[in-house]
Design a protein around this ligand. Structure first.
Ligand code: ADP
Length: 424
């Protein structure tokens, strides 16, 4: 599913940016081509001013002069003296003559009336002209003098300009294609980065549901088998089966409660009700509640509080009590008989430091980074009933909601010490 979304999102992202790029560069190309054509036309007009000004001063128009003016065939000049073609133009091919005739015809249709005058310089007009797919700039001038009428037609083929425009377009399309590939590549990676947290989250959700179903299956199987056994059991056994059903039911209900809690934390639907809390009182209450539990397992439980008065801690009292319960519950479970557990509270001017240390089985370094993951349990923990591997994640979520931190260290001499730091 994510692959499809990834592809679509990349295509959309790249499509929009490529479209914008394309429109912008087309605009730029149009302006640049227009500028090129305008400046080329202006330069043609300037050149024609010079050529015609020069012509004006010639008393005799020689072939050498005309060849020089053609500037290496950059221009093609045709001169008619009283409607007779100059000898210079006799060498023109049929095609060239047809081109001149056609250009002259356009000139006559469009400009002749307006431009006729006594001097070339005053009467010349320049205009663009096309014939059989070839484009030219044309300069036409007519001078009517006493000696007769002289018609001058100068053509400039636009091949050079067109080649320049053509190269510019090829460059533009190549750069645009390159940019499009780069944009698609960028969009592909960008959307991949964007979707990564979502896909990881989805993986986690799937894992969570799978683990939850797995955990629920065991008590449910026990309940079902007890329920079917109860039918044929004698009254003494029935009591035992009913107790099993009850305890497995309680286990299931606790597991579901834990899962709901984590789900609401994921949905940010979890509310923390902070209130000024006397941390040392909370510690003493928790200590008293857990003393019988520890004593039942012959584990020594002690509490260490600061000697001096400490400020009130702004926190959710019940949630902090829940963290301590999770840590103490674990400590009792993973500490063997005759072991010890120490509950300590410290305040270092900035943070409250809550710790639960035991001299139990300890946690290998390789497992330390996993114990806060959902449904993670060490191999030894798998055999323990009531341990689903959710306690520490719940503790971590509560700590996170308080903007604090939780971590584990080895207890000197063996065992584990869980430390919770809460901002003061
Ligand atoms: P569980 O309900 O299985 O205890 P937790 O999330 O509370 O789940 O703990 C995860 C794992 O961390 C446990 O399975 C256990 O391996 C390890 N662990 C937690 N507390 C202790 C402890 N005090 N001593 C040793 N291992 C511990």
């Amino acid at each position: 599913m994510f692959r499809k979304v990834h592809l679509r999102l990349s295509a959309l992202c790249a499509g929009i940016t490529i479209f914008i790029l394309f429109v912008m560069s087309c605009g730029y190309l149009y302006i640049s081509e227009k500028g090129l054509k305008d400046s080329s036309f202006t330069s043609f007009q300037n050149d024609m001013n010079t050529v015609l000004g020069n012509l004006e001063q010639q008393t005799v128009i020689t072939h050498e002069w005309l060849t020089r003016m053609e500037d290496n065939r950059k221009y093609q000049i045709q001169i008619m003296d009283n409607d007779t073609l100059f000898l210079f133009n006799e060498r023109n091919s049929q095609e060239q003559r047809a081109t001149f005739d056609s250009a002259w015809q356009q000139y006559q249709e469009q400009f002749l009336i307006a431009s006729t005058g006594s001097s070339y310089a005053a009467s010349h007009v320049e205009f663009p002209f096309s014939i059989t797919g070839k484009n030219y700039y044309v300069c036409a001038a007519v001078s009517e003098r006493k000696s007769g009428k002289l018609q001058v037609l100068i053509l400039m083929p636009l091949t050079q300009l067109e080649r320049q425009i053509h190269i510019q377009r090829i460059l533009f399309f190549s750069l645009n294609t390159l940019a499009s590939f780069a944009l698609f590549f960028f969009s592909w990676h960008f959307t991949k980065l964007l979707l990564r947290p979502l896909s990881e989250n989805q993986k986690k959700q799937v894992q969570f549901v799978a683990s939850a179903s797995h955990e629920l299956r065991t008590p449910l199987a026990v309940i079902l088998s007890c329920a079917s056994a109860i039918k044929n059991a004698d009254p003494g056994e029935r009591e035992h089966f009913l107790e099993s059903i009850q305890s497995e039911g309680r286990r299931m209900s606790r597991l579901i409660e834990d899962m709901l809690l984590l789900t609401s934390a994921d949905n940010h639907a979890w509310t923390i009700q902070k209130e000024p809390t006397e941390m040392d009182t909370l510690f003493l209450e928790t200590f008293e509640a857990f003393e019988p539990v520890a004593a039942e397992k012959s584990v020594r439980l002690s509490v260490e509080l600061p000697d001096s008065t400490i400020p009130l801690c702004l926190c959710d009292r019940e949630r902090i009590r829940q963290i301590l319960a999770i840590l103490l519950h674990n400590a009792v479970s993973y500490t063997s008989e005759d072991g010890w557990i120490q509950l300590s509270l410290l305040f270092d001017r900035k943070n409250f430091r809550l710790s639960v240390a035991d001299n139990g089985i300890g946690i290998p370094d390789s497992e330390k980074k996993h114990i806060f993951e959902r449904f993670y349990r060490s191999d030894q923990a798998h055999s323990k009933k009531g341990h689903f591997g959710l306690g520490l994640c719940i503790a971590a979520e509560i700590v996170k909601a308080h903007r604090g931190q939780i971590f584990v260290q080895d207890t000197p001499g063996g065992g584990s010490t869980f430390i919770v730091e809460l901002p003061g």
